[in-house]
Design a protein around this ligand. Sequence first.
Ligand SMILES: [Zn+2]
Length: 350
Amino acid sequence: MTSGPDHQPDALADWLGIRARISWPSWSSTRPDSGAPAYDGFRDFFTTTRGSRDPEGTRRVLTALGTALADADQGERLDFALLTNWQRTVLHRASAPFRTAPAFAKAGRERYGLTPRTEALFEHCLSESAQPDLPLPSRAARTYLDVLFFHPFEDGNARAAMLALAFVLAREGAPPRPGTPPTNHPLGRRRSRRDRPRGTPRNPDPHGGAPPVGRKAAMTERDVILNELAQGLRPVSEGIEWFDGLGPDEQSDVLRFLRHHCVQARAVAEDAPESIRRSGLRPTHTPAVLISRGRIDMQLGKIAGLRPLDERRKAFRLLIAVLSIADGRRRERFCSGGCGHWWHDLPAAD
Ligand SMILES: [Zn+2]
């Protein structure tokens, strides 16, 4: 963002004026199923445009891209909180609030105004990224332009717009990427009583009218077990037994996976005491000491990286407790009107 004169036309107001009248191309053909991974393009874009002049920033935006694509896998909804979570990584800052002043871009030639309604309008526009009024490419492009014209952040809005574009495309029916765990992941034990194909959403119409969000068969038995544990649908003792049956590398994988989900569920430092209590750890146990040190994203990473077997088991119990608290809060606050989180529709484990 650069400074500029305040009397310029408001490019955001202009965009909102024409946004509803754009004659987007419409077509009825189905998406070509190329099977080719589509997201190397986003990685290439960031690497090519920033790589040489800003290696550290490139690393951060690629990390944020990974989070955005994982969020898309999970069927998350696009909202400002989700964008903020990526932008904290992009900018390497603890917070990335909505701007509090008019913004300028293109060396001050373009001005984006701010009114008391701007942030709410932005939320509304983001929510339209999932509305079936336009074909996916048009919606993705519209979301990209929304982020650019609202210019929500103090810095890094072009990167934020590109991440939002990748998310919207990935959330619906985009081809699977390398690295998506196969559905028969070796970590998972298949449950015998399963009455629907793997990857089929339990509720085929979670948004009440909107077409079902494309949910790749990304959930593994491991995802299911961990979420059952976090939600109290499966006894912790069974979880520990399952965890003990894994090899050291698999255990580390599980801890990293749990840590990722805790961050996605927006765990906060204040969750530490209750997490320790629920996990049954003593405050002097290493994972409990770590989580009490603040900067929870960082501490969760350290906890997930603990190596001795005994520490890993404690880390497992603690991270399950953190997930239970953070995800429980997310569910209460954001999911009461229905949501696209498959794990919020799990029956008790059999
Ligand atoms: Zn939910």
